[in-house]
Design a protein around this ligand. Structure first.
Ligand code: BDR
Ligand code: CA
Length: 307
């Protein structure tokens, strides 16, 4: 079993990743840290708690983190996730606020308390992770690995060059990729190949309270993907990263060099990936293929098991 921390910006697919973590005996969720991304950190924090409330998991710690990127202006993804960041299901207000510690201090405390190494699953902009590494360099070794949803070696989704999480805070991402950690990048190249369909949503809707929530999330979230891509389905980006920790065999990866473009808008947030391993020293496992059917079967089955 892996001890994990989920650093996220819920966000529909972050919420689904969170439910997958709660439903998977292969991982022990130590807590959730939140970051500005799909919406402001106030909203992403409230959303993490609203999802935990929905499945009666009030004991899971939630720590709020960075309210803006390291150096760039904040841009939220209301066009994808709505004004609340979790539009659609109409969840009640959160039952509690976040813990007193800032996310990066809570991560440090948690790592110090654990005897075993911890996997950090990052499914939002990498601001918290970069701040943590800057503030607590001595604790980097306590991280077994970082599995992040972000980037693409193909087309981006925020600009032709860049995926949202990396585009939102490229300086933070570059810090994380350059840190010498065991890092896995789960990008659009694989997440766009595993679409949740209306048939999956119907099965989830009939499977219980958690499944109904995911079906309601899906109904809102799929609209962006129908409009933008013409798909009759939606990728569940962040859940793919989480699923990789649950079952590493779902993804094929290539160990190679990744450099984040911190340049101006045209190339901002591009993840340059040396897939042929011709130019740069390897610093990352990059996901290049996915067993989509097995991923979706795992996701639907596990969420359904929450009842
Ligand atoms: C990523 O951006 C966000 O909109 C999603 O939650 C996901 O983490 C996909 O580009
Ligand atoms: Ca996210």
């Amino acid at each position: 079993m892996s001890d994990i921390i989920l650093d996220c910006d819920p966000g529909h697919d972050d919420a689904i990743a969170l439910l997958l973590a709660l439903a998977s005996p292969e991982v022990r969720l130590l807590g959730v840290s939140t970051v500005s991304g799909n919406q402001t950190v106030e909203k992403t924090t409230a959303n993490a708690i609203r999802v935990l409330d929905h499945v009666d998991r009030a004991e899971v710690p939630v720590a709020a983190g960075a309210d803006r990127p390291l150096t760039r202006a904040r841009h939220v993804a209301a066009n994808v996730h709505g004004e609340t960041g979790l539009d659609g299901p109409g969840l009640p207000l959160p039952s509690r606020g976040p813990g007193a510690q800032h996310a990066i201090d809570w991560i440090a405390t948690t790592l110090r308390e654990r005897a075993d190494p911890v996997t950090l699953v990052a499914t939002g902009p990498l601001t918290n992770v970069a701040l943590f590494l800057a503030r607590y360099p001595e604790l980097a070794a306590e991280l077994e690995r970082v599995v992040l949803m972000g980037g693409a070696f193909g087309e981006g989704n925020t600009t032709p060059a860049a995926e949202f999480n990396i585009w939102a805070d490229p300086e933070a991402a570059q810090r994380v990729f350059q840190e010498g950690l065991d890092t896995t990048m789960v990008g659009l190249d694989v997440t766009h190949r595993a679409l949740m369909t209306p048939a999956h949503a119907r099965r989830l809707a009939d499977s219980g309270r958690a499944g109904k929530l995911v079906a309601d999330l899906y109904e809102f979230y799929v609209r962006f993907h129908s409009r933008a891509y013409g798909w009759d389905g939606a990728p569940v980006h962040d859940a793919v990263a989480l699923a990789h920790v649950v079952d590493p065999s779902l993804l094929d990866t290539v160990h190679c060099g990744v450099v984040v473009d911190t340049g101006p808008e045209l190339s901002r947030g591009r993840t340059h990936v040396d897939l042929r391993r011709a130019s740069w020293e390897a610093n990352c496992q990059v996901a290049v293929d996915i067993d989509s059917e097995r991923f979706l079967a795992l996701l639907i089955g596990r969420i359904g098991s929450l009842g």
